[in-house]
Design a protein around this ligand. Structure first.
Ligand code: HEM
Length: 196
């Protein structure tokens, strides 16, 4: 399939979670606490997109799926899109747009603090993801975009700190994040020892 068509297919597939959410909301299938369900649903998909984006390089190297590289930027931008949507849904559905209570909320939910640098980093990565910025920043672009690893760790701690009854999500996201960051540490060490 030509890259252009793949791009369209990936774009449509990436919008599917949003379509599912709208259908669930319209048909009253969001459960007993629909507002909370919206925040959790979008938050979960933000993490999935983060993991999918982080999988592109390992899939290229280990499974020889180099064609994915042409779509890494779009997947990264979808991570940003869902993260912003997750944040907005929190402000609208949980905070009720009452920003005067945000300070008290941070005391009640300190895990939100961790997401502030994560969101800022994601926005910076999104802005600098263009070819023009890549050329302009040169080697620094690669260094800057390693910031996605920090986002992954912050996002995972954010999930871990809000565990109430089940550890399932925190364990799943933790194992996958660890695997995707661990493989990079392994490659980095291999590269270093080859240079010695
Ligand atoms: C990289 C960014 C982020 C990722 C990957 C992310 C991911 C997630 C995930 C996976 C959950 C569900 C955890 C579970 O299964 O129990 C969640 C919940 C939550 N997130 Fe995020 N999040 C991000 C940023 C943010 C931001 C910026 C805010 C708010 C300013 C936020 C506020 C919340 C809240 C309040 C919940 C819990 C909702 C509840 O249980 O009532 N998150 N997030």
């Amino acid at each position: 399939m030509p890259t252009r068509w793949r791009r369209i297919v990936i774009f449509i597939l990436s919008l599917l979670p949003l379509v599912v959410l709208v259908v669930k909301a319209a048909t009253n299938h969001l459960g007993a606490d629909p507002q909370k369900a919206v925040v959790l649903f979008i938050g979960t998909w933000t993490f999935y997109f983060l993991l999918i984006t982080l999988s592109v390089t390992p899939l290229k190297k280990l499974a020889k799926q180099g064609w994915l590289m042409a779509h890494r930027r779009m997947l990264g931008l979808f991570t940003l899109f869902y993260a912003v949507l997750h944040m907005i849904s929190y402000f609208v559905f949980i905070l009720g747009l009452d920003f005067s209570s945000f300070g008290a909320e941070l005391v009640k939910r300190p895990y939100i603090l961790l997401t502030i640098p994560a969101i800022i980093l994601l926005i910076i990565l999104g802005i600098t993801s263009t070819k023009g910025m890549m050329r302009k920043l040169g080697k620094n672009w690669v260094k800057l975009h390693k910031g996605i690893y920090i986002v992954a760790v912050l996002a995972w701690v954010h999930v871990l700190l809000q565990v109430r009854s089940s550890y399932a999500d925190a364990v799943l996201f933790g194992v996958l994040t660890l695997a995707l960051l661990g493989i990079r540490i392994f490659w980095w060490q291999q590269k270093k020892s080859a240079q010695v």
